[in-house]
Design a protein around this ligand. Structure first.
Ligand SMILES: [Zn+2]
Length: 483
């Protein structure tokens, strides 16, 4: 949850003109999309500030410049060299990279922490560039607009135009962009990315390498997520089979060898130097989740979600879904702490004067609670004032049986909201990625013993160093550790 999410502009107006045929810049064939190139640029330009506000731009000018330089070099050799490209590192721990239409490409610092050379960075950027040059996102938006994709099964707070609760518009677009484009488009992006790598002086095999790195990350994260009861993180370009066994990926990347230059650049040490001291995992202004508890030092709050529920720290809210997905808890900011919590709650849930709202306190903080029926589903809402902000903690279940089953857990979660303590601030300390030189004989198990990464540290260190599942450091090599 980001403090700034509250003030984000409301509506996303995707004004799409009548369908017209555009030529695909890669194939030269006409493809049926509803977006022209100038509209595409317009969409990108309009959405870019929202993405920047939603995710936050990672605050490191030198790293931004480096990523942009690598991206621009690739873009010049691409099928759409005339577009104006923008490459931005966003301040998110998620493992992701994505592109808006019109040349806006984003890479998370989360994915950067898993990469081990400039060639791998170029492969991720080249893949996204491939989506842009082949106009995949444009085709996706056309489809998304038609189908109105979006909302999750349970959505407690329905967005109001201009209201304090924010909107899901960017999620409609973001959902389409982040979840991927399907196997064929992903392979096409890999093929184009590999070609741009080769033309720019990298080995196109870096594409296979990076898919392998991200596949290992996915395997590791799936194992950890299972033990922590959360959803695993996966990058959209990675599919079921491991790249070593993926003959189609091998084949399309192999074809890019004809563009390969005599000398290729890997730039492992250069890349590692650039990401030394980068923030690792959650950043302090998003709050951190440890063992299903949210610690938010910047907002000064902490809250415990039920054990076994899947907790997701999103820019606008923190949600926890029950294991069976039939109940959801949603914590978010609900405007300034003005008037009383009861008044804020009434307005938020649009409760009439007939509905009962109970003023109360939660851990000494002014609060109010109510039971309501929102979108036909039983819902318990608490509003709490802390500092100058009001917070809403909604809990909704699929039906009344589910609500009574989860009531004790929901109640405990709502009542656990409190001002963060000094001890909890310590737990929420942000982590930093450091590059060190491996001593002779050092092992990941030894490094894990003093690592703040907890019980999964050994696997975690292997995977960020590209040595998952069983590699060990070689004396003298640069090594990523987390402090
Ligand atoms: Zn992709």
């Amino acid at each position: 949850m980001r403090p700034s999410a509250l003030t984000r502009a409301a509506a996303l107006a995707l004004t799409l003109a009548l369908a017209n045929c555009a030529t695909n810049p890669v194939t030269g064939n006409p493809n049926f999309v509803t977006v022209s190139e100038s509209q595409e640029i317009q969409i990108g330009r309009a959405e870019d500030p929202k993405v920047r506000q939603e995710y936050g731009v990672y605050d490191n000018a030198a790293l931004q410049q480096y990523v942009n330089e690598v991206g621009q070099k690739l873009a010049r050799t691409s099928h759409r060299p005339g577009l104006e490209y923008h490459f931005t590192v966003v301040d998110s721990p998620e493992v992701n990279a994505f592109a808006l239409p019109g040349g806006y490409i984003y890479i998370t610092r989360g994915i950067l922490s898993f990469l081990n050379s400039e060639a791998e960075l170029a492969a991720v950027l080249g893949h996204e560039l491939g989506h842009v040059t082949a106009r995949h996102s444009v085709q996706q938006i056309s489809a998304a607009t038609a189908a109105q994709v979006g909302a999750s099964i349970l959505q407690i707070f329905v967005p109001q135009a201009g209201g304090a609760l924010g909107d899901t518009a960017i999620n409609v677009l973001g959902g389409a962009l982040l979840s991927g484009y399907g196997r064929e488009h992903e392979l096409e992006a890999d093929r184009l990315g590999a070609e741009y790598l080769a033309r720019t002086g990298y080995d196109p095999q870096a594409m296979v390498k990076v898919v392998g790195v991200l596949k290992n990350q996915e395997l590791f994260d799936a194992a950890v997520a299972k033990s922590e009861g959360r959803e695993p993180r996966a990058y959209h370009g990675v599919f079921a089979s491991h790249p070593d066994n993926d003959t189609r990926l091998q084949q399309i990347v192999g074809e890019a060898a004809r563009f390969k230059q005599a000398e290729t650049r890997t730039a492992r040490e250069e890349f590692l130097r650039r990401i030394d001291r980068m923030v690792f995992a959650d950043s302090p202004d998003q709050g951190v989740i440890r063992n299903n508890t949210l610690y938010h030092t910047e907002l000064g709050l902490a809250m415990r979600f039920p054990q076994g529920w899947r907790v997701k720290n999103q820019p606008q809210n923190v949600t926890a879904a029950s294991p069976r997905n039939d109940a959801l808890i949603d914590l978010r900011m609900a405007g300034p702490a003005q008037g009383s919590p009861a008044e804020v709650l009434r307005k938020l849930a649009r409760l009439g004067s007939g509905s009962e709202v109970m003023p109360t306190t939660i851990n000494g903080l002014p609060a109010a609670t109510a039971n309501a029926n929102l979108q036909g589903k039983p819902t318990r809402i608490a509003v709490v004032f802390l500092g100058k902000n009001a917070y809403a903690i909604g809990a909704q279940a699929q039906n009344s049986q589910a609500m009574s089953r989860y009531l004790p857990e929901i109640d405990a979660a709502q009542k656990s909201f409190h001002a963060i303590t000094d001890q909890e601030r310590g737990l929420a300390r942000p982590l930093t990625l450091r590059i060190v030189t491996a001593r002779a004989g050092v092992t990941f198990s030894e490094l894990a013993r003093t690592s703040p990464l907890g019980k999964n540290a050994e696997g975690h260190l292997r995977v960020i160093n590209g040595m998952y599942p069983s590699g060990e450091p070689v004396a003298g090599q640069p090594l990523k550790v987390v402090e």
